[in-house]
Design a protein around this ligand. Structure first.
Ligand SMILES: CNc1nc2c(CCNCC3CCCC3)c3nc(N)[nH]c(=O)c3cc2[nH]1
Ligand SMILES: [Zn+2]
Length: 373
């Protein structure tokens, strides 16, 4: 079995799940936040630093690696694990979402998606079979079905046709998958913001026996409340003994609210992306450390954080580095942001263990957002 989920306990206060994800590259405690390494690196972080902060699984991407350096090169390097020197778990997304969000799309057909490379402009084509071929070459422990994430907002008719095609594409992915015993293929539930379509998609996708299921089509500009509503109609229809992965989420509040609604796995570019402009997540809420008010603030970024950044450097120094566009500054804010989210997930797991996740949520929101948002 490539990937096996073990349900440890359900929080009596919220129904949230504590679990373990057993993979060929180690066991991961869930709920888990997965740092994103789009181009085969979690920007500015070394594998040793990611291990030091406790990350057991990172993400990479079919679309980007297909374009550059090409999946054959990665395969010759021994797959992604060999190429990036990471001996823990890896998950790759299937490329569909990135085609729609990065390239000037040519068209989506039954066969697959035609587009132009956002790097060279050359015309390219990805089908469910091609996506699986690339992911088999990359060798990630968890691979995603090739799907379409509809834009938001989208007409019901469009969402329905797109979701039906995603269901047909899933069957083609299963048929094309060469290494099911080594690489766990997850199906992706769609259905836009239509509750009945979400329920139908959940039933269709879980009718295919798979090691895990993702919830796609969310975090695409809808309100958080609408996202939570879609989660509430979807997760109850997913099997209890399989992991649930909410794609592209998220911010601290969305992580806590997603866990409460039965999600086990999350990924988001937020911590690394905002770090690059000097925005950080701390126990007291967001701190935009490039702000002038920190010029003479010689205290740590986050007084409650014991990460490398917070133990060794002041806000004044971080502000200086970010203002001077020094790479070391981005490394320090990235390290802290990832550490903050990984530590948040640890606190969430502890709260589930002690049946007090709702209390934790309320206290965390009060401190981080200064109100019961
Ligand atoms: C940010 N919001 C959001 N992201 C979504 C993503 C991408 C998740 N992140 C992948 C990493 C980013 C680069 C390397 C891998 C989605 N992906 C797929 N396949 N389907 C979605 O419906 C889907 C939906 C998503 N919504
Ligand atoms: Zn820190």
């Amino acid at each position: 079995m490539a990937v096996r989920y073990e349900l440890i306990k359900i929080c009596k206060q919220t129904g949230a799940r504590l679990g373990r994800l057993h993979t060929p590259h180690g066991t991961i405690d869930t709920p888990v936040f997965m740092p994103v390494g789009t181009q085969a690196t979690v920007k500015t972080m070394s594998p040793e630093e990611l291990k030091e902060m406790g990350s057991g699984i990172i993400l990479s991407n079919t679309y980007h690696l297909f374009l550059r350096p090409g999946h054959e090169i990665v395969k010759e390097a021994g797959g992604l694990h060999g190429f990036i020197n990471w001996d823990r778990a890896i998950l790759t997304d299937s490329g569909g979402f990135q085609v729609f969000s990065l390239s000037d799309l040519r068209k989506i057909e039954e066969e697959g998606v035609s587009f132009r490379s956002h790097l060279s402009g050359q015309p390219l084509f990805i089908s469910p079979e091609k996506s699986i071929e690339i992911q088999n070459a990359l060798g990630a422990d968890i691979i995603m079905a090739f799907d379409e994430c509809p834009p938001y907002p989208a007409e019901r008719r469009y969402v329905r046709d797109s979701m039906d095609r995603t269901h047909r594409w899933l069957k083609r992915c299963v048929g094309a998958h060469q290494r099911p015993e080594d690489q766990a293929l997850f199906g992706i539930v769609q259905g836009g913001m239509y509750k009945d379509l979400r329920q139908e998609s959940a039933k269709q996708i879980t009718s295919v026996e798979l090691p895990g299921y993702a919830i796609g089509g969310l975090s695409v500009g809808e309100s958080k409340d609408l996202m939570y509503e879609m989660l509430e109609v979807t997760t109850p229809l997913l099997p209890q003994n399989k992991p649930r992965y909410l794609m592209g989420v998220g911010s601290p509040d969305a992580l806590v609210e997603g866990v409460i609604r039965g999600v086990d796995m999350f990924d988001c570019v937020l911590p690394t992306r905002i770090a690059r402009n000097g925005t950080t997540m701390t126990s007291q809420g967001r701190v935009v450390v490039r702000n002038a008010k920190y010029a003479r603030d010689f205290t740590p970024l986050d007084p409650e954080c014991d990460c490398y950044t917070c133990r060794n450097y002041s806000r004044a120094y971080l502000r200086h580095l970010i203002k001077a566009d020094e790479t070391f500054g981005i490394r320090l804010t990235t390290y802290h942001n990832l550490y903050f989210l990984l530590r948040l997930m640890e606190q969430i797991r502890q709260a589930i263990l002690e049946d007090r996740l709702q209390d934790f949520r309320d206290a965390f929101f009060e401190k981080y957002y200064g109100s019961d948002e």
